[in-house]
Design a protein around this ligand. Structure first.
Ligand code: F6R
Length: 613
């Protein structure tokens, strides 16, 4: 949540900062601000700050797209409010009284109240309701001419999570950064150096980045970057080359990132599966697990948030069927606080697109602290979860910019299928012929997804018809219930229509009382052995006035008499049906959002990458 970008170099900083923020707006968009070191009329260096409430556009207009704020070193921030309402006063950057120190911050300072009280007693005057504002004041208090020393004192004093970008008005051309539990990278280029909370912010300028580790401090000037540990000693770091090209983070002709990313799904699936297939087998050397270790796993515990949690729900079915390993699934925010029972030989699998979700990261640490191996399915290379997990399986979905996940979800599903086949094969629950069939069907998934996209017009018409609904139900049984959960989440987050996902058989135990004349009920029926059961549940809804939409594979025509509308999807193995059924549901959510005139890529109250609890 919240985006940070910083630049020091030979170019004007403000336009670069605004451009970077535009690419980070998906991380937060209730206010934005920049701070740039500028020379005043007398030639003295001062820090100029410009902030605006609302979308970044307001800040761009206020600063003539950055042209009005001159200077070659600065920091910028786009905010997702935690402490203090969205307002100009609460927007970042925040400065000490005389702007000697100016800071942008992602994360939360937990002990800000006591620090603020302490500083107020010393005469510091605060102008916002944020936790962040204590940081420039505290740094100002500690600063004796050595920024690194002041930053070390700062991080020994504050508790919580943070990524800071810092400038000092008496250190022209110098930009400082430090992080703990919140992502931050340094990028290097010919004409200057950068900091950013996410790669897309600086992808246009460089693919050469350093991943700042916990409690490491970076000092950037136009010509060089230095790193220090918490003892103030200079350390060597190795740069990483980011494989994504700049175009991957652009809309590339699509009206919205969400639509682009829905269309990129076949490619995301292909890129996730192909590198793991060789000679008709699944190869998983990257996990660093011997066959012995795979065989020794007696239980799997999957932990994630949001859509990634829904992937775990689907993965449970696939793993249990294929590898005959019992799988428990937990929401990361619940897992960490309920003293979970992890039996010996339990493999913990965490799933995360961003690799920075605070609860998932905390769950990973909890599992590791209890001595369990953690395998992470992650999209963002070098993210905190990827760095801390024992084994990493990267989904190669490319950058995901729309707040609502689509292609990362599909790539995560593909990763789960591959792992299930691999485990099944090694553990002997899957024979050669079965494994070959599963792999063959897996390779067909991208084509199925593309076919669904060719038929998107039909979904668009249906969405237009239902865009005025106030409530919806998404129902299904077994794996279809997991799909219904994802379909419902997708719809509510971008369309703001209230919806519920229900296990189809559970509806009559209470919630069916909510069904009224004309209420859309979307029934997911992809599991052949459950068609009849789900059909009965849809009939129950129809007879109470529900407007029934069914999602089912070609060949199942048993719903024709029941459903008002049917979306047919290609047939694949029952275990893989989530990968095809989800596509029209993503399109449905997208087109409803459009029909309601909403900002589909940046839905209200949300932000990509939830780095706070
Ligand atoms: C929904 C969505 C969220 C994320 C969740 C976990 O469309 O995007 O529910 O799935 O916040 O995020 P990651 O996967 O980054 O851990």
């Amino acid at each position: 949540m919240c985006g940070i970008v910083g630049y020091t170099g030979r170019e004007e900083a403000a336009p670069i900062l605004l451009d970077g923020l535009a690419r980070l707006e998906y991380r937060g968009y209730d206010s934005a601000g920049i701070a740039v070191q500028s020379r005043d009329a007398e030639g003295s260096m001062r820090t100029q700050v410009r902030k605006a409430k609302g979308r970044l556009k307001a800040l761009c207009e206020m600063t003539g797209n950055g042209r009005d704020v001159r200077g070659c070193c600065g920091i910028g921030h786009t905010r997702w409010a935690t402490h203090g309402e969205p307002s100009v006063a609460n927007a970042h950057p925040h400065s000490s009284g005389d702007r000697r120190v100016t800071v942008v911050h992602n994360g939360i300072i937990e002990n800000y109240r006591e620090i603020r009280e302490h500083l107020e007693k010393k005469g510091h005057v605060f102008t916002s309701d944020t936790d962040t504002e204590v940081v420039p004041h505290l740094l100002d208090d500690y600063y004796r001419g050595d920024p690194v020393e002041a930053i070390i004192r700062l991080i020994s004093r504050v508790r919580g999570s943070y990524a800071f970008g810092i400038i000092f008005s008496d250190r022209p051309g110098e930009l400082y950064a430090v992080r703990k539990d919140s992502p931050l990278i340094v990028g290097t280029a010919e004409d200057g150096n950068f900091i950013a909370s996410d790669v897309p912010a600086i992808l246009k300028y460089t693919r050469n980045v350093y991943l700042i580790d916990e409690l490491e401090i970076a000092k950037l000037t136009a010509d060089e970057v230095r790193f220090y540990n918490i003892d103030g000693e200079e350390i060597e770091k190795k740069a990483t080359l980011i494989e994504w090209d700049a175009k991957a983070a652009e809309k590339d002709g699509y009206e919205h990132f969400m639509l682009k990313e829905i269309h990129e799904q076949s490619q995301a699936i292909r890129r996730t599966i192909e590198p793991r297939l060789a000679d008709g087998r699944v190869v998983m050397d990257e996990l660093g697990m011997s066959e012995e270790e795979v065989r020794a796993v007696s239980r799997i515990h999957m932990v994630a948030c949001g859509s990634a949690y829904h992937v775990c729900m689907c993965a449970k079915t696939v793993f249990e069927e294929t590898a005959r390993i019992p799988v428990d699934v937990d929401l990361a925010s619940e897992f960490r606080y309920r003293n979970p029972i992890l039996l010996p030989n339990t493999l913990v699998i965490v799933v995360s697109q961003s690799g920075e979700t605070a609860d998932t990261l905390a769950a990973l640490r909890e599992a590791k602290a209890r001595g369990h191996r953690v395998l992470a399915i992650v999209n963002v290379v070098g993210s905190s979860i990827a760095r801390e997990a024992d084994s990493v399986f990267y989904t190669w979905a490319g950058p995901e910019i729309a707040v609502a996940t689509t292609k990362a979800y599909s790539a995560q599903l593909a990763a789960a299928y591959l792992l299930a086949i691999f485990f099944g094969k090694v553990r002997g629950t899957l024979n050669d012929a079965e494994a070959r069939k599963m792999i063959k069907e897996l390779q067909k998934l991208p084509a199925h997804v593309d076919r669904l996209l060719e038929e998107k017009k039909k979904v668009q018409l249906l969405a237009a018809k239902l865009a005025a609904a106030n409530d919806m139900f998404f129902i299904g049984r077994g794996l279809d219930y997991a799909i219904a959960m994802e379909a419902s989440l997708k719809c509510k987050e971008v369309s703001y229509i209230h919806s519920e996902a229900y296990a189809a058989g559970e509806l009559k135990h209470g919630s069916i009382s909510l069904i009224e004349e004309g209420m859309p009920v979307i029934g997911i029926a992809t599991q052949e052995d459950l068609y009849e059961k789900t059909r009965s549940n849809l009939v129950e809804c129809k007879s109470r006035g529900g407007f029934i939409i069914a999602v089912t594979p070609y060949g199942n025509y048993s719903l024709e008499g029941v459903a008002d509308e049917i979306i047919y999807v290609p047939k694949t193995l029952p275990a893989y049906m989530a990968s095809v059924a989800v596509v029209p549901m993503q399109l449905f959510a997208y087109y409803i959002s459009l029909a309601r005139g909403l900002d589909v890529d940046k839905p209200r109250n949300l932000a990509k990458s939830v780095t706070v609890e």
